[in-house]
Write a protein that binds this ligand. Sequence first.
Ligand SMILES: NC(=O)c1ccc[n+]([C@@H]2O[C@H](COP(=O)([O-])OP(=O)(O)OC[C@H]3O[C@@H](n4cnc5c(N)ncnc54)[C@H](O)[C@@H]3O)[C@@H](O)[C@H]2O)c1
Length: 374
Amino acid sequence: MKTPTPKIKIGFMGLRPSRFGIRGFAVPNEADELVPIPGIEFTALADINAESGQAAKELFGFKRAYTDYREMLKNEDLDAVVITLPTSLHKQATLDCLAANVHVLCDKPPANDYEEMLEIAAAVERSDKQYMFIRQSRFSAVAQATRQRIQSGELGDVYAGETKWIRTRGAQVRGDTWRTNKSKGGGVLIDLGIHGLDLLWYCMGNPVPVEVSASETPAFKQFAPDPEQYTADDNFFFWIRFENDAIIQGSFAFGMNQVGPKGWKKPELDYSDEWQVNQICGTQGGIDIVGGKLITGSSTDFELSQLPVDPALEGINPMITQAKHFVECIQQNKKPQNSIEQAVQLMKMLSALSKSAEMKRTIRLDELLTSTEN
Ligand SMILES: NC(=O)c1ccc[n+]([C@@H]2O[C@H](COP(=O)([O-])OP(=O)(O)OC[C@H]3O[C@@H](n4cnc5c(N)ncnc54)[C@H](O)[C@@H]3O)[C@@H](O)[C@H]2O)c1
């Protein structure tokens, strides 16, 4: 008889009992209880807030809860750790996990900047553990279908992508959250921009970036309770040129004086409206990823249709698909779809964009530190 594969013992670092809390590692059953995805067990969690950690332990069914993640790494025989700590702790927590010989899935962004990402890449290189950071948008049925259509050449030469994530008016100005403080890993580029840029870049086949141009404005600083602490960008606009001459342009805002497509004034939210655009254009066709729409045909005889997707992925939360992929990579020693090389390239683009906005000029990627990425 075949011996069953032992379950992967998973620990979480920084786990709030919230709707984002479990990062796709549990799915609700018919009784609406959260059940771990196949092949894993929720072994332990560590959260500095003991009360919140205890609540998360009970909600998700972990065996033990700690307040110090180093104690968890020391006392538990974990196979893998999911890091959902605040952004400024991601690098150190990742290095601590790799030193403790566990596989790592870290929430986005993986680090504060490109230099920190290079430190992580060097540690991953020294270890024999899997490393991934969370980029769930790649794992949606539409994103996977888009990448395949582009790879097959159906859209012709893919020359442009546009990505936007806009919240209208007045978001994120209450209190000193890490999102609006640069030294704590804040800023709309690294918080929301990372999702849109990675999604388009992945679907377009991860072309090599050559140069970037960007502009940033802390437009809502004036409304913050403590403007001194409001040091990060809340509006960010960019343009990236790739080696194959394709470009990606992006606009991201925690708050903007714009009218959104869905309406105006939602007093229950920090912001009035929120919308995303993710579109890719080629010489033979285009895809609207948000709407799941495909444009094909000649200039006089074109068609707009629903993009066909893999039925096995349709309707599945991409966080769950990503969590299953991480488990599969550990079990089968497979290279993750969101590889370390791509993580390094992505962080290089983000750091170049920040530098371009800061220096108010175009930045070539080869002006940044060189690395071993390929
Ligand atoms: N992938 C996504 O779509 C997505 C969505 C939301 C948040 N995030 C990411 O998740 C991360 C956390 O965001 P958040 O809004 O939940 O942050 P948060 O500030 O609420 O912190 C998360 C948890 O970490 C705990 N914590 C803080 N310092 C700790 C420490 N030193 N040791 C142990 N626990 C500690 C907090 O008590 C809290 O429970 C961020 O990096 C954010 O970018 C990703």
